[in-house]
Unconditional design. Structure first.
Length: 220
């Protein structure tokens, strides 16, 4: 946090997180207005402009609630955009002397992101049933599931820069438990409104440090 480059990218990450969440929130409200006709009137009831006012007044609260569920895919998108900046800032400060890394080609990285988002969304949609069946432990299901998925993806993104895809996968499999735990520790604050805005960037730094602890020769 004392590195000005890291603070700049953290501020950028917070701004992107807030922007994406706000756009999504207003999109949901616009859809509700259109579907429910909140700006018009209802037969036998008359004008219901008060409902639109109420919905608008609750927008801040709704944004906070939505952020609990939306920050997982939002965080993944932001990390894909800012990964190289964050990792380079961390490595320059804490691991000087490393040879240059080899980032994934843009097209390959984009395909990885799309595939991961599909798996992430599908898993969380399926998990809605689990939340309903096991409501008292729903937060733990949410944290465990997304911790596993995010830990797997974040560690891969960091490790592939130094080791390549096959070696990164092998390293991740050898330390699956530690990586899952680290992912869960990231997923927990992601479910806390406002705090979750700073977590995506801190998560990249966390997994970068974890990678350098687990890899005996990060330079490959």
């Amino acid at each position: 946090m004392t590195d000005p480059r890291f603070r700049r990218v953290l501020a950028l990450g917070v701004g992107l997180s807030l922007t994406l969440l706000t756009i999504t929130s207003f999109g949901v409200f616009a859809m509700l207005r259109g579907v429910l006709g909140l700006d018009g009137s209802v037969a036998l009831i008359g004008p219901i402009g008060w409902a639109a006012d109420l919905l608008s007044g609750a927008s801040v609260i709704a944004l906070l609630v939505l952020s609990v569920f939306l920050m997982v895919p939002v965080a993944t998108a932001i990390i894909s955009l800012l990964l190289e900046r964050v990792v380079q800032a961390v490595e320059d400060r804490h691991y000087p002397g490393l040879p240059p890394a080899t980032p994934l080609p843009f097209g390959e990285a984009l395909m990885d992101l799309v595939n991961f988002l599909i798996v992430l969304i599908a898993a969380n949609v399926f998990a809605l049933l689990m939340y309903a069946l096991f409501f008292p432990v729903a937060p733990f299901i949410f944290w465990g599931l997304n911790g596993y998925l995010m830990g797997r993806e974040y560690f891969n993104l960091v490790a592939m820069r130094r080791l390549g895809r096959p070696a990164a996968k092998a390293l991740r499999q050898r330390h699956a438990g530690k990586i899952w735990l680290a992912g869960t520790l990231v997923a927990v604050p992601l479910s806390v409104p406002l705090i979750n805005l700073i977590i995506p960037i801190l998560a990249v730094a966390t997994f970068n440090h974890l990678f350098h602890r687990l890899a005996p020769d990060p330079s490959g």
